[in-house]
Structure formats: C-alpha cells, structure tokens
Design a protein around this ligand. Sequence first.
Ligand code: DSN
Length: 446
Amino acid sequence: MTFDALSSEAYHADLLGALKKYDPDIYKLIKREYHRLQNSIQLLAAENLCSRSVLAALGSILQNKTSEGFPAARLHGGSGIVDEVESTAIERAKEVFRAKYANVQPHSGTTANQIVITALLERGDKILSMATSHGGHFSHGSIDSLTAKFFEIESYRVDRETFLLDYDQIRKQARQFRPKLIICGASAYPRIIDFGKFRQIADEVGAILLADISHLSALVMGGAHPSPIDYAHVTTASTYKPGGPRGGLILAGRDYDMKIKVAGKEAVLWRQIEKTTFPGLQGTPYFNNIAAKAVFFKEAGSKEYKARQLKVAENAKWLAGALAKKGYNLLTGGTDNHMLIINVSGISEGLSSPAAQKCLEQCGIVVDKMPLPYDDKPAMTGIRLGTPIVTKNGMGAAEMDRLSDLIDGVLKNIKPAGQTERTIEQVIAENIRNKTKELAARFPIR
Ligand code: DSN
C-alpha cells in the first residue's frame, strides 16, 4: 500500500485491509470474533462495547510514543502532543466523575489497585477487603494475588441469610483487626454499596478507604448508583467495563491532597500515587489507550450515555424480575445494578455453573460462572448475567422477557449425560440457538 506521507488520514485509513494482507490468520480471527458477537447475546457483567471512535484512537499512531512520567514532567523528548492527550483525558475524567484528581495511566483495574495499595501501605500492613468467593475482586487480596503476598489480609463476607453486606459486622471486624486500608467495591454483588457507611467505619478505626468501582463506574457516571468519590480517600476503576478502552483509572475527591505517612515520612496522597505509578509499577503509559480513554470520557459526559446507564439498571431489574417469576433463585432476590447472579443448583439435581454456562453458550447466550457465598458444593453453582451490552445494542423490557424465556428454555432442559456430565439435546439447542440468532440480528453492534 502506498500513502501520502503528509496525510494522517491516509496513514490511518483501512488498517484492517493492511492487516488482512499481511496477516490473514489474525485477520480471520478478528472477523470470527466480530461474527460471534453479532450472532450471540453477550450477558457478561464485566464486558461492554466501545465506540468506533474509541477503537480509532486505540489503533492510532499514538501507540508508538515512548514517554515516561506525567504531563510536563517527562523523561523523553517529543512529548508535547502526548502531554496534551493525557491532560485532556485527566480533565475529562475529573469532570465526568466530579473528582479533584485523576490518573489515567494504569494499564488495568488490577494495576490501579496495586498502585494505590503499594502507594499507601508498607509491606505487612493490614487490609480488610471483601472475600473473593463473596464477590470481592482477586486484586483485593485473594490468596494468589500480589496483594496477599505482601500484605496481611482479612476478608469480610456477606450475610449468610440475605447475602447483603452487613455493615455492623464489617465495623466489628474493622475494630478488632485495625486495618490500615479498607477496600470496598465488588465484582459480584448485585446491590447498592453504601460508600458513606464504609467511610464511617474507616474513620472510626483510622483506616484509609479505597473504593474499587470497576463494575459500578458506568452507573456512577450515569447517576444510577451513588458515587464514592468524596467518601473514599481513593477510587479505582477499569475503563472497559463502562464501555471505554481496556485500562485502569485512579480518582480522588476531597481527600486528594491529604497528608499521609509513608515509611515514617510525610507525603501527599496524590503525589504518592503518581510516584508509585511511575517509576513504582509502570513505565511508559499507553498513549493510544489514554487518547481512547479521553474519547470515552467525552462520550460518558453525554446525555445519551447517562440515559443508557439508567436503562442498563432497568433492564437488569426487569430480567431479574422475569427470571424470579419463573422460579429462579437470584442472589439477594434481585438487583439494583447491572448484574444478576443466579444459583443454578436448584434447577436440576447436580447442575453446576460450568455446565449451565456451556449449554447456554451452545444456545448463543454468553454468561459468566462463579462460586456463590457459603456454597460448599464441589462444583460452582453461580452464573452472573449483566445487561451493559444488550442495552448498548438497544434492547429493552420486551427483549429482557424474551431473554428470560430463552435462558429458561436452556436451563430447564439440561439433562445428565453420564455420571457428572450435563448436556442439552441437540434439537432443543438448535431451536433455541436459532431464536437467539434472530434476537441478536435485530440488535446488532453498530
Ligand atoms: N472483575 C472481573 C470480572 O468481574 O469479571 C474482570 O476484571
């Protein structure tokens, strides 16, 4: 391909065509993924679809720029433009979250958490966080995480009967354990999180509060879930779950410049976080990705985006209601956010979530599997459903009803096949698969 060396348009045009020519193997896989998405229903709570403008920024020449440091304080030359890119992303993030500080460099939500934790704590310090099997994220202190290797973790759990957060119990635990950091925010919790209560508990025991809103950030930006920004000392999020590019984000509200003690020395919260981002844990930021974050924050400030987040929560509630009417056992009985979690163990004898996930996918419905709190069965029994993508594609209440019928059609027809295997009859699967395809075709990715 030839192009006018002076034209950015020509340079960036038909990137897919260039790939197709050079690497048909990867090109074909991308094509297959596109068709998979167009022909099935995505109900992953942790997934979303970014806009084509975000994709364009990701696939831009900015990806090449090496430049460590922060705007106006870089180690590498030629950084004037990426300084502007990063400053734009920072200002837009601050505006859309009503924050006083934003750091758009973290490569992921997990890295954002690692940066904050290692910025504020010293090796061996205590963290109180939600147990992974009760909905907490791995990076909050799961046994195999870096967090658990370097810090002392105590986990809080949801209530055994209601599966809701029990703030009195968390307070008791905090008083006994005296953590330096409390982490709130979850990967699998379908109800409102009371960040104000968490802050009261943190203040009572002199702890710092970190809110990880990776799952909630879209609803927070859209006004469909209370914001933690001025309750938590620091807030983290991943940027792909709300519909931006992959990556992480660190935010702070009223406490952004508070004085903290690190290694016996006084430090300012946000400066300590920046020092730990670079050179602490990361090198060169991904500037194509930061540009894409900037584009996404512009989108997230729009009326359309905000209205859609209310719809995401409405759709989740509707789907939960429709499934509950059919007798499904939903964790906490329903949802206040974008996700619902179904206990599949009561649907048929010995049904586990890996089998349910496999059969649903065979019928074109893509969901997550996960363990449920207090579940001691040998195999996992929870499946998590989320409504961000179906809502983005334009679905509403009628389609949630339709989806509940299709999901029911699959789950009720899973039968034992041998000792542990579970399967769905081919004709039933094909019949549902065709209906799923029809529904997906009416709401394509645009
Ligand atoms: N937080 C994970 C999830 O909820 O699936 C993804 O990072």
